[in-house]
Design a protein around this ligand. Structure first.
Ligand code: NI
Length: 398
């Protein structure tokens, strides 16, 4: 037997055409979060045709497939993909563009699902080279709170057997196809939504002494909230509070009764995150009431932060270097965006890494944009790497 790296590379090349055809099928037939019924059916039929055992029905469309290696081991590794698309009208013009108007795979979940299928094809042929169990998690609803990952965990998709670690691969248009990126420890932020209503007493703008002006109070509040980030937060843990919506419908000569504000709070530390919620609420109450108004401060708790287990991440980054070469594996920076992979990484040792998808031409396609696309050469890197990482991780002596 040739060395395993070469074997995996050859298999990745062999299955690439099939994987591209699955990716194009998903791309052409996108479905919104928690409505991935046809996508799920397509994957289940394919698993059946390929003789891969699986369980379905988690969170309606979720699937867990399983392959056991033939070497002795009781290790369990989970590999995850998400299946949902976004409510975006696609402006691409290729022949596999979205047939479902107003819905588009603009976050690469078509690539993720096809990659996991390719990885299954490769690993299914290499069962003699690893031991233990690989669970392939096809989850719904990554793009919508509370996140399909959370519900998959609650419905037991990660139980019996429970994984020793979980890997997730996400497309990354900031890196060219052929390259990947890793980061150990804190990687992506938690994301909570802020909804504030400031109530005062409206009336004629020329007679402020008779009123409680919620516009003025809200203006102070927006500024004061930044104090939480600049003075209460430990500067070593990045945090962002942004108010992106202010609505107070008065007129040049009318002060309204109420102002509505909406925003987001993001950070990387789970203790500080909930402490900051309390501080923001207390600050708002003190400030608004001190100025004679009333405040309703509501926080919709969203995804936690993505924390990459340092041992698992460092090990897999090293394996990626073995497989792709040092020049093709980069260190990633922190990101203030969020991902529901965080639910897994809060519960199990997790490693969420990035697959470069930018074309060699240098053209750039941003995630969540109507012309998002990938260089499909990235699929070969994606399936080869994920298969190699799985084999190395399961054969790891730790
Ligand atoms: Ni995504």
């Amino acid at each position: 037997m040739k060395n395993i790296k070469e074997t995996v590379q050859n298999l990745a090349t062999q299955v690439l055409d099939e994987v591209i055809s699955h990716r194009r099928h998903f791309h052409q037939n996108p479905e919104l979060s928690f409505e991935e019924f046809e996508t799920s059916k397509y994957i289940q039929n394919w698993l059946t045709e390929n003789g891969i055992s699986f369980k379905s029905g988690f969170v309606k469309t979720g699937i867990v497939a399983e392959i056991k290696g033939n070497l002795p081991s009781d290790k369990v590794l989970a590999l995850r993909t998400d299946m949902d698309a976004l409510p975006i009208h696609e402006t691409n013009d290729f022949d596999f563009k979205s047939k479902n108007d107003g819905v588009m795979h603009a976050c690469g979940h078509d690539v993720h699902s096809a990659s996991i299928m390719g990885t299954i094809l490769i690993l299914n042929q290499l069962k003699d080279h690893f031991g233990g169990t690989i669970k392939f998690i096809f989850q719904p609803g990554e793009e919508k709170l509370p996140g399909g990952a959370k519900l998959m965990i609650e419905e037991g998709a990660l139980d019996n057997p429970t994984p020793n670690g979980i890997l997730g691969q996400h497309v990354y248009p900031d890196l060219p196809a052929g390259k990947v990126g890793f980061r150990s420890g804190m990687y992506m932020a938690s994301a909570d939504e802020i909804y504030i209503t400031v109530t005062g007493k409206g009336g004629h703008a020329a007679l402020p002494e008779r009123l409680v002006d919620p516009i003025l109070i809200s203006s102070h509040l927006v500024v004061a909230l930044q104090q939480i980030v600049s003075r209460r937060n430990n500067p070593k843990t990045p945090s962002v509070v942004s108010i992106g919506h202010i609505e107070g419908i008065g007129a040049t000569n009318v002060i309204p009764n109420q102002v509505h504000l909406k925003g987001t709070f993001r950070t990387f530390d789970e203790d500080w995150r909930f402490e900051a919620h309390k501080l923001m609420k207390n600050l708002a109450k003190g400030l608004v009431e001190g100025m004679g108004g009333e405040v309703d401060f509501d926080i919709h708790v969203g995804y936690p932060s993505v924390y990459n287990n340092p041992e698992l991440s460092d090990r897999n980054q090293q394996h990626a270097i073995d497989f792709l070469g040092k020049d093709n594996v980069v260190d990633l920076d922190l990101r203030m965006t969020a991902e529901d992979f965080s639910w897994y990484s809060q519960k199990f040792p997790g490693c969420f890494y990035r697959l470069g998808t930018a074309p060699q031409s240098g053209e750039y396609f941003g995630l969540h944009t109507p012309n998002f696309n990938v260089d499909e050469a990235a699929l070969e890197t994606g399936i080869g790497l994920m298969s190699y990482l799985a084999i190395q991780e399961l054969n790891n002596e730790l």
